[in-house]
Design a protein around this ligand. Structure first.
Ligand SMILES: [Zn+2]
Length: 391
C-alpha cells in the first residue's frame, strides 16, 4: 500500500516553504493551500475561514482555515492540524535542497516549523482524492498566530470543526515521537516606573528603572528562578525576552517595559515561579530610592498562556497512532513536551489530540532544516491513520 507520490509531496513542501507568512500575515500561504485543495478536487463549500482574527489582538489578515471533507465511509471524524505562520527569522527565506535536507540558502530560518505540517495535510488530501481512497469524515485545521501565543487555536470555536473524535496535530521533528502532553505557561510583563533626572547634574534625584530591572533579574536568577529551573526534583524554565525603554544617555531612565515567560508541567510550581519573579521586581523597585525618598513602582501582569495537559496512553488517539507507526515499521515513543502547542487548546476544547513530527529541526534558528525522509514518513503515517480508520 503505497499511494504516496514522493516527488510531488516534496515539491509541495518546497512550494509552501517559498511563500512568506509571518504570524498575522498568513493570507498568502492560505491562498496557496486553498488553490491546491480546489485543484485536488475539494468542493469550495468544504472550505471555510473562521473569525478567530476578530478576537486576536493586533492586526491579523485572516482567521483559521478549516476544511471539512465528507467521508466516503462512515466513522468518527478525524482532525489533522498544523499552523501556517512562521517566526520572523524566516523572513526572506530561499529554500534549497541539499541531499535529504531542505535548508535556507541565506542566514534566515527555514520555516519547516510549520510548513512541513501544511505539506503533510495537503499531501494527505491530494493523495486521498487522486487515488480515490476510502476515508471517514476528515477535518483539516490550518491555524494562524501559533508562534506568538497559540492564538488561532486559542480563539478557534470547536463547533466549526464538525465534532472530530480525535486530532492529529503536526508540529515537531521525529515521526517516532508522539506528544501526548505539554507544559503550561505564563506570559508576564512588567512596567517599571522610576523618576527622571539629569544624569550628569543630579542623578541622585532620579530613580533608575534600568537599575531596578537589573537588580530584579539578578535577584530571581540568584534564587534559581531564571532560565533552566530545577528545585526539589521539579524542572521548569523562565525567560526574560524583551526589554524596552530609555531615550538618552544623559537622562535617568524613568520607564521600562519588560516581557518574559515561565513554563511548568506543574501548575503549582508555575505559580511559584511567576510569583518569585513578581516579588523580585517589587523588592527591587522598593530598594532604589532618590535623595528625596521616592522609590520605584511596578505594575506586573501575568497571563495564563496555555494549559498543561496529558492524554492517557490507552486513549484511542494514541492507540491509532501507535498502530499506524508499527504498520510502517517505526517505534512509537510517547513524550511530554516543554513547548506550548496548538494541541494544548484542542485538548482543552474537547478534541483529544496528539502531536506528530514531520521532519522540522532546529526551529527558530538559522540552522533550521527539514528532513525529507521524516517528512515523507509523516505523510505515510497520516495516510495510514486514515486508511486504518476507514475499515
Ligand atoms: Zn511550530
Amino acid at each position: 500500500m503505497n499511494h504516496l507520490n514522493e516527488e510531488q509531496a516534496t515539491q509541495t513542501l518546497m512550494d509552501l516553504l517559498a511563500v512568506p507568512g509571518l504570524s498575522g500575515r498568513e493570507r498568502q500561504v492560505a491562498d496557496l493551500i486553498i488553490r491546491r485543495l480546489i485543484e485536488a478536487g475539494c468542493k469550495p463549500d468544504w472550505i471555510m475561514e473562521d473569525d478567530a482574527h476578530t478576537r486576536i489582538p493586533g492586526d491579523f489578515e485572516m482567521g483559521n482555515l478549516i476544511v471539512k471533507l465528507p467521508g466516503t465511509v462512515d466513522g468518527p471524524r478525524l482532525m489533522f492540524a498544523g499552523h501556517m505562520d512562521t517566526v520572523p527569522l524566516v523572513r526572506g527565506v530561499e529554500p534549497v535542497r541539499k541531499g535529504n535536507r531542505i535548508v535556507p540558502k541565506g542566514p534566515t530560518a527555514l520555516g519547516a516549523d510549520n510548513r512541513t505540517a501544511c505539506g503533510v495535510l495537503l499531501t494527505l488530501v491530494e493523495t486521498l482524492l487522486r487515488e480515490n481512497l476510502p476515508h471517514p469524515p476528515l477535518t483539516l485545521l490550518f491555524t494562524v498566530g501559533e508562534e506568538i501565543g497559540l492564538w488561532g487555536a486559542k480563539e478557534m470555536n470547536p463547533a466549526d470543526l464538525g465534532h472530530p473524535a480525535m486530532g492529529f496535530n503536526i508540529d515537531s521533528g521525529d515521526p517516532e515521537e508522539v506528544v501526548i502532553g505539554a507544559i503550561g505557561a505564563h506570559r508576564w510583563d512588567v512596567e517599571i516606573r522610576g523618576a527622571a533626572a539629569h544624569a550628569g547634574v543630579h542623578p541622585e534625584r532620579g530613580v533608575s528603572a534600568i537599575l531596578i530591572a537589573a537588580k530584579a533579574i539578578n535577584r530571581f536568577s540568584e534564587q534559581g528562578y531564571f532560565g533552566l529551573i530545577e528545585k526539589d526534583g521539579r524542572k521548569s524554565t523562565s525567560n526574560v525576552g524583551v526589554i524596552q525603554g530609555g531615550e538618552a544617555t544623559n537622562q535617568v531612565t524613568d520607564r521600562l517595559h519588560i516581557r518574559g515567560e515561565s513554563r511548568s508541567h506543574d501548575p503549582e510550581f508555575l505559580k511559584e515561579i511567576t510569583a518569585a519573579i513578581e516579588n523580585a521586581f517589587l523588592e527591587a523597585a522598593a530598594s532604589v530610592a532618590s535623595t528625596d525618598g521616592r522609590t520605584g513602582k511596578i505594575t506586573f501582569n501575568r497571563q495564563e498562556d496555555y494549559h498543561a495537559f496529558k492524554i492517557s496512553e490507552d486513549e484511542p488517539v494514541v492507540a491509532r497512532t501507535r498502530a499506524a507507526q508499527e504498520a510502517l515499521g517505526i517505534t512509537c515513543r510517547p513524550h511530554v513536551t516543554n513547548g506550548g502547542l496548538d494541541a494544548n487548546f484542542f485538548n482543552v476544547k474537547g478534541v483529544p489530540t496528539v502531536t506528530l513530527g514531520a521532519g522540522q529541526h532546529n526551529p527558530h534558528t538559522p540552522e533550521e532544516y527539514a528532513d525529507v525522509d521524516e517528512y515523507l514518513t509523516c505523510c505515510r503515517l497520516a495516510l495510514r491513520i486514515v486508511a486504518d480508520s476507514a475499515q
